[in-house]
Design a protein. Structure first.
Length: 537
């Protein structure tokens, strides 16, 4: 609209002064004639279906027909007029368009009058100057990235939480983005993987050097189904996705689309930190209401306002296509971060949102007695673990994290580890299939999990109930064995029911005990726990 107004203002001003039929008449003849010519051209060139278009190439025809399904049925669709008229989104769009058009036509009519009566410009200058406010509204979307070299990896969620129809929308969105980029061996190179329970490579970065070949390759992508293994996808793009084409002069960009929570939040956060440390810029697009915003924040490059996008559904993908293309074109190469010495501001870590990095490689295991605390309280513990992991700078694979629970063999009956759960509903579903184990067995499993690891070994125990005499004796024995294996044992006491003397007795040192009044206030220990982790050496 803005472009048409600009052209009309400039040509109308010129025609008024130099045109035929007293100037004004020529404006109507010209615009009317252009309309007739456009209608004739449309009638001669446009066709109802691609098959009827004799100018289209065979390759283009096959591409269109393989991606679009035509409905040739004669049935009459019932339009839900009442539902449309009462839909809040429709009403919001209606009000927005009404306001925009009111302002538009007010400017179209008032600016020329102001130019003539107040500023005294002649008709030719009036037309050109009146077009300036509308010229500023023309938002030029770059067709390509100007030939700048970049390596881009598309990472598409293909888990069971996504329907086949929505998966196709992911593919269409990806193909539309690829069309915008300037593809070539010395320009933009793209790759693509899908992920669910496992990662499926579809296109290696730089495998094809033309858009036609790339788009054809992406036509036959298979829908997988399965779990949302975001951590495995991040690990793949870091270790394999960009390795064959690494160059200091080419930005490495990952564009991740997902509609749900990952099945291993702790590992996802760990892999995201490693990915960004390796110099990969990560855009993440969260689709729908089931995404974990904290997890998206951990995955995306900072600032989040630039690299994290949230949309309501898959139909909204097209609305962010141009915005994402522009942002991707602006990315510059990032030098992978070298191994860093621990740097932290104590107050920021304890009381703010500061991050820190341990002095040495570290293995951290959290022991959670899920069978006795219930799903709701276990959720608070998992959120705390999530938050702590997001604030640990995991440089060069220095830190490994694991969560152990009071389930038989650390697994549910279907074989899935409990440490992937991080919302109350899915946690309750997992707990329903668990069989209870004794508290000391959790400590034993925690010790065995990390006792052979290199570097600093840390174990956290969450305790909110008194232990029986026999249970405490066996748990204390496990704690001593952990100490012998040089494992730092911390105990987090919760509530007033527990026996603090027992809790302190399970620690290696007395200052390794922390307490909070309830699970609701567990978040208050986030800073102190993080601080103690980073101070270990």
């Amino acid at each position: 609209v803005a472009f048409g107004i600009v052209v009309s203002f400039i040509t109308s001003g010129y025609l008024c002064k130099h045109g035929f039929d007293n100037g004004w008449g020529s404006i109507f003849y010209l615009t009317g004639g252009c309309t007739v010519l456009w209608a004739v051209a449309w009638f001669l060139v446009a066709r109802d279906t691609p098959d009827q278009n004799k100018w289209i190439s065979k390759e283009e025809l096959n591409y269109i027909k393989s991606n679009i399904q035509f409905d040739t049925s004669k049935r009459t669709a019932v339009v839900p007029w009442c539902q449309i008229a009462t839909n809040p989104a429709f009403l919001a769009i209606l009000v927005a368009h009404f306001c925009v058009n009111c302002v538009l036509y007010a400017l179209v009519t008032s600016i020329p009058i102001f130019m003539k009566t107040v500023l005294k410009y002649d008709i030719k200058s009036n037309g050109a100057l009146s077009s300036l406010p509308f010229a500023c509204q023309i938002h030029q979307i770059p067709k390509e990235c100007g030939g700048k070299p970049a390596d881009i990896m598309f990472v598409l969620d293909s888990s069971a939480s996504i329907s086949f129809k929505d998966f196709q929308k992911e593919i269409n969105f990806t193909q539309n983005l690829i069309k915008i980029f300037d593809i070539g061996s010395d320009k933009t190179r793209v790759g693509l993987v899908t992920f669910s329970t496992t990662v499926v490579p579809v296109l290696r970065v730089g495998e094809f050097e033309t858009k036609v070949d790339i788009l054809e390759k992406t036509n036959g992508i298979q829908f997988q189904g399965g779990n949302t293994n975001t951590a495995e996808a991040l690990s793949y793009i870091r270790q394999k996705g960009f390795k064959a084409t690494e160059s200091k002069d080419r930005p490495k960009i990952a564009i991740i689309l997902t509609d749900g929570q990952s099945n291993d939040v702790v590992r996802t956060i760990t892999e995201a930190a490693k990915t960004k440390t390796d110099g990969i810029t990560v855009f993440v697009i969260g689709i729908g209401s089931q995404v974990d915003e904290q997890e998206l924040e951990a995955i995306a490059t900072k600032p989040l306002s630039h690299y994290m996008l949230k949309i309501g559904n898959f139909d909204a993908l097209d609305s962010i296509k141009d915005e994402l293309a522009i942002k991707a074109c602006e990315v510059v190469p990032v030098t992978p971060a070298p191994p860093t010495e621990p740097m932290m501001n104590d107050d920021e870590v304890l009381y703010g949102e500061g991050t820190c990095s341990p002095a040495k490689p570290m293995s951290i295991a959290y022991a959670v007695d899920t069978s006795s605390i219930g799903a709701e309280n276990a959720y608070f513990v998992m959120v705390l673990i999530n938050r702590i992991a997001s604030r640990l700078r995991m440089d060069k694979q220095q830190i490994s994290l694991s969560v152990l629970t009071s389930s038989c063999g650390l697994q549910s009956q279907d074989g899935g580890l409990i440490d992937h759960v991080h919302d109350q509903k899915s946690l309750q579903n997992s707990l329903d299939t668990m069989t209870s184990a004794s508290f000391q067995s959790i400590l034993r499993d925690m010790r065995q999990k990390i006792q052979s690891d290199k570097g600093i070994k840390v174990g956290f125990i969450f305790l909110s109930r008194p232990l029986s005499k026999e249970e405490f004796h066996k748990s204390e024995l496990e704690s001593r064995r952990a100490k012998f294996k040089k494992i730092h044992i911390f105990v987090v006491g919760i509530g007033s029911r527990l026996d603090e003397s027992q809790a302190i007795g399970l620690t290696v040192e007395k200052n390794h005990y922390m307490h909070t009044d309830s699970y609701d206030t567990l978040y208050e220990l986030e800073g102190p726990i993080l601080y103690r982790i980073c101070k270990l050496n």
